[in-house]
Design a protein around this ligand. Sequence first.
Ligand code: NDP
Length: 298
Amino acid sequence: MTSYAENSVTVLGLGPMGRTLAGAFLNAGLRTIVWNRTPGRDRELVERGAVSARSAEEAAAASRLIVVCVVNYDASDAILRRDAVTDALEGRTVVQLTADTPNRARDTEQWAAGHGIRYLDGAIMTPTSTIGTADAAIIYSGPEDLYREHQPVLNALGGTHTHLGEEIGRAAAYDIALLDIFWTAMAGYAHALAVATAEGITARELAPFAKGIGAILPPIFEEAAEEVDTGSFSGEDNPITSAVSSMAHIVQASEANGIDAGVMRAAESVARRVVGLGHGTDGFMRVAEVLGRREARQ
Ligand code: NDP
């Protein structure tokens, strides 16, 4: 096995996030070895002192800790599962900061265990601009002792680091759930702007009011979490029948303007199903319970 420097870290993948991670390690004074499939993306990092590896196996062999950050696990498999790289990784720790699904994380853990590679899975919850600052948020799952061992180096990425448990799929599961919120909210906002624009309201005119809607959500999220965990969905102040009516108005107004209302139709349809199941006096979050029912998933 090639020897490595104790205070070094390798970053495989130099997209916008990988470059930012490598930059944060450099700023923290760590010897940083970098590699990317397409050459040349490391130019600025090298000017700042990073070591450009000639191959992924050279990069893997150069550190005890290898951070991977590429587009998805197909890409990380294409890098890590080549024999030369897999051999170079034996006995080392891979921290996977690529986003994908919990099952891909589980599959990667099995592969790693079969090749004597220590493995932590993680997800970056904040944009590149936060890395190295107090606003970064990174979550991890996998063996806790491994996480503690590498935490001092990972802390160079700044912000809050949270180990969520030993089950390897947990970080990806949090990531998926949180991205679910993000992308459905973004789809809702994009749709709202299309409808508003069709009604002669500019996006800038709507924006302050849209921010107001965003601001009422945090306490609603807390309340909804309590309801889902306790299985009690009070619709006293706002029954789901009222939500269905409001959603129908959005569908009508969209379609009157020739705007596809598919996203809202999907939400309305599931809310109507909840009413049809006899939960019309419950609050909207009964939807989570109904969606999660085993028969609903079959
Ligand atoms: P991308 O998601 O676009 O990933 C680009 C990287 O993936 C490049 O290094 C690219 O290499 C590599 N890549 C793609 N396909 C392959 C392949 N088949 N084999 C080898 N390498 C491949 O950019 P980001 O850097 O922004 O994101 C990386 C990860 O970080 C993603 O999982 C993303 O979800 C996550 N993330 C990103 C955030 C952001 O703000 N950017 C925020 C939070 C998480 P090449 O240059 O050769 O194409």
